[in-house]
Design a protein around this ligand. Structure first.
Ligand code: G16
Ligand code: MG
Length: 217
């Protein structure tokens, strides 16, 4: 059976978390809220709207919908100013060899991200041509750990969830993959991603034989 390999974007393919951080930090400091890299960890895989709620909670700030909408636009405008400058060099080490191996072996490659900016990021980094389908923040109504994003990916490829393999850097994403009945592979810290079936610190630690076994299992 052909397998469908589903990749999260931020933290798996590219490290855009640092740009999300800079943009959220600018907004937070403007609102008098202290926002640290530790706080930023908790926003990984979390939607833009939900991220703002978490930051406002940090500062005990109550705001109207109008104010929130303005802040969401401001944050995204700043984020996009960084994204406009990125190129292939932002792709995390080891990712391209895995994508090439999957392409050579005729496997499905799908993006499953919470980001509404996924397409421009894949274009800027010159890897959009690898993807047979893209499911992103514009397509889903239920955020991870809800499995919707990954189930939509399987459906687009006409494949059964048991033939799908998910690469994720957030615990919510790993939980989403598990709920979807897919194989979950954590990229990052083993202690954080303890619910994943397999965990690797990054793609350079994944042997191509491991991927080959997933293709042929
Ligand atoms: C990414 C990031 C999150 C970000 C979310 C929405 O998720 O990890 O920090 O808040 O997308 O991004 P945007 O504001 O661009 O719509 P993922 O699922 O790719 O890891
Ligand atoms: Mg992620």
């Amino acid at each position: 059976n052909k397998k469908t390999f589903i990749f999260d974007l931020d933290g798996v393919i590219v490290d855009t978390a640092k740009y999300h951080f800079l943009a959220w930090q600018r907004l937070a400091s403007q609102l008098g809220i202290e926002f640290t890299p530790e706080h930023n960890e908790e926003l990984k895989g979390v939607s833009r709207v939900k991220s703002l709620e978490l930051i406002l909670n940090l500062g005990n700030i109550k705001a109207s919908q109008e104010e929130k909408d303005i802040w969401l636009v401001q944050k995204n405008t700043e984020y996009l100013s960084y994204i406009n400058e990125i190129d292939e060099s932002e792709i995390l080490p080891g990712v391209i060899s895995v994508l090439n191996f999957l392409k050579e072996n005729n496997q499905d490659i799908v993006l499953g991200s919470a980001s509404k900016n996924a397409r421009p990021i894949l274009e800027k980094t010159n890897i959009i041509h690898y993807f047979d389908a893209i499911v992103d923040g514009n397509d889903v109504s239920n955020a991870k750990p809800d499995p919707e994003v990954f189930l939509q990916g399987a459906k687009k490829m006409n494949n059964n969830p048991i033939n799908c393999i998910v690469f994720e850097d957030s615990l919510a994403g790993i939980q989403a993959a598990n709920i979807a009945n897919m194989i979950s592979i954590g990229i990052g810290d083993k202690r954080v991603l303890h619910e994943a079936q397999f965990v690797f610190p990054d793609f350079t630690h994944i042997d191509i034989n491991f991927i080959d076994n997933l293709v042929n299992r």
